[in-house]
Design a protein around this ligand. Sequence first.
Ligand SMILES: [Cu+2]
Length: 418
Amino acid sequence: MRRWLLSGILTLLVTCFSVAQAFAHGEAADEPFLKDLTVAFYNVHVSPTSITVGQPVTITGSLKILETWPYTLDPPVTAYITPVVPGPVFALVDREVNGQPAFGSITVERGGTYDFKMVMRGRNPGRWHVHPGIAIQGTGTLIGPGEWVTVSPSDTPFKLNVMLLNGTTVDLEHFGGGFVWWWSFAGFIVGLVWMIYWTVPKRTVTRLAVTSQLGANDDAPDIGLITREDHKWMNVLAAITILMLVGGWAWMAAKYPVRLPQQTDRFAPTLDTSSYHLAEVRPVGSPNNATFDEKTNTLTISLDVKNTGTQPIMLKQYSMAMATFVNGSQQELAEAGPHDFVGSLQVEPPDPIPAGQTRRVVLKMASPIFDEERLIPLHDPQQLIAGLLAVRDNVGREERVTVKSVLVPTEFQAQYLP
Ligand SMILES: [Cu+2]
C-alpha cells in the first residue's frame, strides 16, 4: 500500500514539474457548434511578426457574425473585438471597426460583417501567439487564426505615454504605480491583523464545534469567547479603515482637482451594404449535404450554386470559424491568413460558373486543423456546420455567402445511410 502511495506521489510530482509549455489558447475545448455556427474569420493578417519592445504590431482582418447563430446562445448584441494574447505582453494603442475608432465595446447584429484593425505595442520580450478575437456578452470570446510574433528585448524600457486633458504627458506604464502598491498594501495589513487576531490566539476557528453551538449574537463572555478587550481592538481596526477611506478621498480631491469619469462610447459600426449580389447557395442532399472522414480529416460539402450576377464566377474560399480554405495558387494560400490556419480547397467541377446558371458542386478540404481545433461535430444533437463561401467574378468583385450544412461523419454514413 505504502509503495503504491509513494509511486503515486512520485508520478504526480514528475508530471507537475515536467509540463511542456502550453501553446494553444484552449479554443479546442470549445464545442464545435460554438465555433462554427457563430462567427467566421477571414483575411486575418498579423504584421510584422518580429519586433523589439515598444514597436507596433498590426492585426487586420474581417469577421462575420453568422445568420446561423445558435438559438441556444444569447443573441449577439454587445461585443468587443480584441487581440487574444497570453497575458498583458502587448499594449493595445489603437482599434478601428469598419473604419471607425472603437475604444470599447460595440453593438453587433446577426449577419453583420466587421472589418477590424488593431495596433498594439510589444511590452514583454518573448515569442507570443497572437489572435484576433471577439468577446460577445453572454457567449464568451470566439477566436480567429493565430500568428507567432517574436518580441526582442530593447535597450529603452517600455513606455506608454498619454497626454492628459491639462496638457501634461504621463507614462501609463508607471503612472501612480508606487502609490497604488503601498496603499493596497496598507489595506492588506489591516485585513491581515484582523485575520490573525481572530485565528491565531483565539479559539473562534479552532474550536468550531463549540462556537457553532452559540447563537449568532452571543459573545459568550462566560467561556471567554469574545471579550470587552476584543471589542476595543476591533473598534480600533474599524476606525483605522474609516480614516484610510476618508484620508484617501481627501487626498485624491486635493491632488487631482480635475477629474472626468471613465469614458465609454458604445456604437453600432456602419455595415457595408453591397450593391451587387453574385451567388445563391443551396445545400444538396438528404438527409445530409456534408460528410467528414475522421481517418483522413476530409470535409466534403455538396452545394447548388446559382450565379445571380452578370459575369462568370469562381468559388475561391471557404472560411469556417478560424480556418480558411483556398482554391488557388500557393501565393493565394499564403495571402489568405496565418499559415497554420489556411488549407487548400478543391472544387469539383473546377471551371467558372457562367452568369445565370446553376451548378452542382462538391467542395473538398483535407486538413489536420479540423481535428486539432475540434471544428467538426461528431456526436452532437445538432450535426450542423456553417461557413462563408467566397465567390469572385471576372471583374474582381467578391461576395461571401453563408452556407449552413448538415454533416454526418462518413463512418456513420457507411453504417446507417443508403
Ligand atoms: Cu494561440
